[in-house]
Unconditional design. Structure first.
Length: 274
């Protein structure tokens, strides 16, 4: 529900799930190019900000992006049945197409603003990732485990800042606890006292156990997803078999009716002969 609302607000809803199969198929074909386009827009924005970008190449890129939006919007609008709903829920495409015409010929500050607005294309990718993350966290109490790990990390940062004199403040302690729990250990902040080292050993053990649990939870999630897909395929195959059985029964009933009629016709012929 939240994902659909955000998609409507950003004007990047795509093709509705109740549309015809052809439109949904073409919408899926545009997913990968749209992801690549969003990544390229982010790279392009960085290159422009760092002034390491050719203006000629920039003009070509602007034309390619604009033509891609035109092609996608026109094609999907032609394929969907409810065209008004599609255009309303994808108003950002129309905005980029209409407002992007002056951008193609330069535009100065106006063009820069429009290029920055194109970064909104990254938002649907983040929304999709968020939905996937929520599904993962909802299984095997993974969300609760992450909250416990976060609380332990913050508490460890506070404690090490008070235990070890070499750690100057709380923020430095939290940074040390974070890289220690993550089993990274940059080495920029290291406890010097005996108590700090003992406490550090405890935090390291917790980090190893936490990541083992995290790996097991992710493995269980992907295995369960595979099992769900197999069950769905089995259910679909069973429904197909039932449909075949139903058709065979109908054929048998039809053959029986035909046989009965033939027998009746024969009886009538025999009676007429006699």
């Amino acid at each position: 529900m939240i994902k659909n609302t955000l998609h409507l607000l950003t004007g990047l809803s795509g093709v509705a799930t109740d549309e015809n199969p052809l439109a949904r198929r073409w919408a899926r074909r545009f997913e990968v190019p749209m992801i690549l386009l969003a990544i390229w827009i982010l790279i392009e924005w960085y290159l422009r900000e760092k002034n390491i970008y050719s203006e000629i190449f920039g003009q070509v890129t602007d034309w390619v992006i604009w033509l891609f939006f035109v092609f996608e919007t026109v094609l999907l609008a032609a394929l969907v049945e409810n065209k008004i709903r599609y255009l309303r829920s994808n108003w950002m495409n129309l905005f980029i197409i209409c407002a992007g015409v002056p951008l193609l010929w330069g535009g100065g500050t106006y063009a820069a603003v429009l290029r920055s607005l194109r970064l909104l294309l990254i938002l649907p990718l983040l929304l999709n990732v968020t939905v996937t993350v929520r599904k993962v966290l909802s299984r095997n109490y993974l969300g609760s485990v992450l909250l416990v790990a976060l609380a332990f990390t913050l508490m460890s940062g506070l404690l090490i800042a008070g235990i070890d004199p070499s750690i100057e403040n709380v923020w430095q302690g939290i940074w040390w606890a974070w890289v220690t729990v993550a089993t990274v250990g940059y080495g920029d902040t290291v406890p010097q006292s005996a108590a700090g080292k003992v406490f550090g050993a405890v935090v390291i053990l917790f980090g190893v156990g936490f990541f083992s649990l995290l790996t097991a939870s992710f493995s269980a999630y992907f295995v369960s997803r595979g099992e769900i897909e197999i069950e769905e395929e089995e259910i679909e195959e069973i429904s197909q078999l039932k449909d075949i059985e139903r058709r065979i029964d109908n054929m048998e009933k039809t053959l029986q009716r035909i046989e009965q009629r033939l027998n009746e016709d024969r009886r009538k012929e025999d009676r007429s002969d006699t």
